[in-house]
Design a protein around this ligand. Structure first.
Ligand code: GLN
Length: 536
């Protein structure tokens, strides 16, 4: 029978529920349990696909093409197992399901209400992954902060779920903050007490409290929290600030979070956690033998969360190369023909980021011209790859006004364009080329040697494509289409022959990089940048 763990958050947002959930899942997985994590988000959007990255950070895409919250990226990076649409549910989706049922007549004669209809639908969704039989434990992260109006139906659904399930079949972990008042020189437990009191008002007694803190919490503080919040003292778990999120599983192990969870769920603490490869990764991460500076050229650089998976993929690839990768964010809107050299010289590699719309596009083109001409390692992802095609068209093929039809629908040289079957789509949500698709790699290319195989599968999220009408011209001018989609013949990877590393991918490799499997394109880009740094 599947056991359920709910993770709620109190006091403030941004305490890192996603990282705590992923760390706990990692410990349980390393003890031999089959674990998955799902996130329930309180907003009304059906999914974050239509949200501006400034609002919500990166939109993470799963194998099955779901556009999801970036916490799912952490789940995959920690657990090395894929997630799916079922792992991310929003209020919007819950209401959409209930309202469609209402229109079908499923509730004929009845008033449709938040309780029980919305809460029933939430509970049904809590169970979907557990009912597949694939998991011993399902961890559900409830987005938002307890006390928010919008997360109330989720909290109420957790209360009902707890009440309906057996005492040892589910539990609630509440993540809170123990602030340090510098003037008083003291850690304060009151916000935690109040936050738990609020949960109690909603009818939920948390079983475990995970306390975020800048300073160690001593036994006296633990006892005080335990007394005021009705939990065992060993269920007060310290979560101290860490230098890297990848330390958190080990910190939680030290606090015995996994053991406390297992004993409350009456599950055997079989096998000590096997974390050897995780520790090996941390050892490499913390003891680099070299350092490189890589530029990340994008237009959302004010909010690094917009590029979460890319920065994490650099961490994985850096550790693999025993090399610290310092990522420098460069605003593409501020790059011009005149200043590219000042902004980019001295970097050991440049990644041009994914993105949508015209803003900052020309700056990206300029960055690519500079690194192509100066033999600096280049890696373009999605829009970054499309920019590389446009730049090559303009500056090498001599098609001066080459462009993507996304930026200029009237361009005489639409080297990047929209496929016929996409052209009539007017809806915005979920209408892109989304999710995992196969790609065949051409023998003898850099891509084939990097992957070490000829058939790969990568995840997509875009509308525009390389325009195959120009393919021959590009090939003649030295741009190699090294990855081709076997289904529709679309170009998925481009590379240049006479350049130390010039690779563009139409898909998003960063979404598949995990601690256990750093992505080969990132690993090789870092290696090329390191080689470039050493040569200088
Ligand atoms: N805007 C481009 C497209 O839709 C690229 C999207 C992306 O970078 N994810 O094709």
């Amino acid at each position: 029978m599947t056991k359920y763990i709910f993770v709620t958050g109190g006091v403030t947002s941004s305490l890192g529920k996603g990282i705590i959930s992923a760390s706990l899942a990692k410990l349980l997985q390393s003890r031999g349990y089959r674990v998955t994590i799902q996130k329930f988000d309180p907003y009304i959007n059906i999914d974050p696909g239509t949200l501006n990255p400034y609002e919500h950070g990166e939109c993470y895409v799963t194998e099955d093409g779901a556009e999801t919250d970036l916490d799912l990226g952490h789940y995959e990076r920690f657990l090395n197992t894929p997630t799916s649409q079922a792992n991310n549910i929003t209020t919007g989706r819950i209401y959409q399901n209930v309202i469609s049922k209402e229109r079908e007549g499923a509730f004929l004669g009845k008033t449709v209400q938040v309780v029980p209809h919305i809460t029933d639908e939430i509970k049904r969704n809590f169970r979907i992954l557990g009912e597949t039989g694939n998991y011993d434990i399902v961890i559900t992260e409830i987005g938002g902060t307890v006390g928010d109006i919008e997360s109330l139906p989720f909290v109420e659904a957790v209360r009902q779920f707890r009440w309906e399930s057996g005492t040892h079949d589910s539990l609630v972990i509440h993540l809170t903050l123990i602030p340090f008042l510098a003037a008083a020189g003291e850690l304060k437990t009151k916000p935690t007490q109040h936050s738990v009191k609020m949960l109690l008002e909603y009818g939920i007694q948390p079983d475990i409290l995970v306390c975020r803190t800048e300073h160690h919490i001593n036994q006296d503080i633990r006892k005080k929290i335990a007394l005021f919040c009705n939990v065992n003292v060993n269920a007060v778990i310290e979560s101290i600030d860490a230098s890297t999120i990848y330390d958190v599983p080990l910190l939680m192990l030290k606090e015995q979070l996994d053991k406390t969870v297992l004993s409350k769920l009456k599950l055997p603490a079989k096998n000590e956690p096997d974390l050897d490869s995780w520790k090996d990764f941390l050892g490499r991460l913390k003891n680099p033998t070299a350092e490189i500076r890589v530029g990340l050229v994008g237009k959302y650089v004010e909010l690094p969360d917009a590029y979460k998976s890319i920065t994490e993929a650099f961490i994985h690839a850096g550790a693999k190369n025993e090399c610290k990768v310092k990522v420098e964010y460069i605003h593409s809107e501020q790059l011009t023909v005149g200043n590219a050299i000042d902004r980019l010289q001295g970097l050991h590699g440049v990644l041009v980021a994914p993105g949508f719309g015209e803003r900052g596009f020309e700056g990206k083109i300029e960055a690519i011209r500079y690194v192509r001409e100066n033999n600096i390692p280049f890696f373009g992802i999605c829009l970054g790859m499309q920019c590389a095609v446009v730049e090559y068209g303009r500056n090498v093929l001599g098609l001066k006004e080459a462009n993507s039809t996304e930026m200029n629908p009237g361009t005489p040289f639409p080297v990047i364009g929209m496929m016929e079957d996409q052209k009539n789509i007017t809806a915005k949500g979920g209408t892109m080329r989304l999710g995992a698709q196969d790609c065949d790699l051409k023998k003898g290319t850099k891509a084939a040697s990097i992957y070490g195989k000829t058939r790969i599968s990568e995840r997509h999220r875009h509308r525009y494509e390389f325009n195959n009408e120009y393919l021959k011209k590009y090939e003649e001018a030295g741009m190699i289409p090294s990855g081709i989609n076997p289904e529709n013949n679309l170009v998925e990877i481009i590379e240049l022959k006479n350049h130390p590393y010039f690779v563009g991918a139409q898909f998003h490799p960063e979404l598949k990089s995990t601690v256990a499997n750093p992505h080969p394109l990132f690993v090789n880009f870092v290696a090329a940048s390191l080689a470039f740094a050493r040569k200088k």
